[in-house]
Design a protein around this ligand. Sequence first.
Ligand SMILES: C[S@@+](CC[C@H](N)C(=O)[O-])C[C@H]1O[C@@H](n2cnc3c(N)ncnc32)[C@H](O)[C@@H]1O
Length: 356
Amino acid sequence: MTEIAQLRGPALEALQRKVEGKPEAMLRLAALMRKGGREPEAHALARRAMALAPDEPVVRHLAREFLSGGVPDWHLILVRDSVRNDAYEAALRRAIRPGMRVLEIGTGSGILAMMAARAGAAEVVTCEMNDIVAETARKIIARNGYAGRVRVISKHSDKIDADGDLGGRMDLLVSEIVSNDLLAEDVLPAHERAVRDLLKPGAPVIPASGRIRVALADCSDDKFAPIGEVSGFDLSDMMEWRAPSLLVKSGSNTVALRSTPADLFDFDFASVAHTVGEARHVTCCASGGTANGILQWIDLTLDAATSYENAPGSPHYSCWAMRFWPFVQPLETREGDAVTIHGAHDRHHVRVWMER
Ligand SMILES: C[S@@+](CC[C@H](N)C(=O)[O-])C[C@H]1O[C@@H](n2cnc3c(N)ncnc32)[C@H](O)[C@@H]1O
């Protein structure tokens, strides 16, 4: 199997000829080609297979496996976050003036690009690095009647050329390439490059900025509980396998804050020069009781009038999860104690800890 995934050149072409016309075999080969890093050809082969027998149950399953395997499942979650969607739309409506040309980084379903067009943009160019996603977005945009004003480019934003791809620098940048910890989808390098090379000087950027917030917390979720004796055996060494941080669903009632929150990092998304990395610490005021870790979440400023925070206890559903950094030993806090939380980032990831 692995050898097939490594196939290249004439050997691969011969295999493709052999499976051509047999949709199941074509889809199995497409999956192997993806494993071997040949995504565009794999995708084309899978599409041909689906067209041959769209209603055949095994082909349908293999096709779903192939398509879903190439698209992160959070796409289906984030478009259901109506508070997020409304915050973006409000900011776009305030910023867009007739005749404006808008650039989006990260099309996804096409929802923000269509919102920009609905808000009156003369032209929206949106780029998407995932070919499967870009292809579906084009269908969605056409289905909703925006194909004339919204153009999807199947490229990473770093590969976009202002003259060749855009026909000149754009009037506004919108993006939602924000991960649970704000940085992991590379929002900082992608924005820096787009603001520097693809936008007119001073063009508005939505979201304008983002913060990483932290507080002491007590999380009662089972997955944070220490493992000790189980069925009469000491399994405590399993704790080595626990990741340093775990995700907590926003809206979870298993988490209670044990201090005031504080902004650990604050990023201006219109800046062309973020630091290569930085370490900071903040002081919070303990509220009393046991804390078994540090909770981290995000706060986006879309524009001067609209912000979005997936804070604990927030009444609305959020597509972004919070991150919890469990302590090795719980901390007993007294109300009013000053506690210092440390953090560092390297532009891509964030780490948070407490020194005791
Ligand atoms: C979190 S989704 C957001 C999708 C959509 N804009 C929305 O708000 O629902 C981000 C999308 O951007 C794409 N993406 C992330 N960084 C990108 C980049 N620098 N250039 C092009 N596409 C990017 C991802 O593949 C993904 O489809």
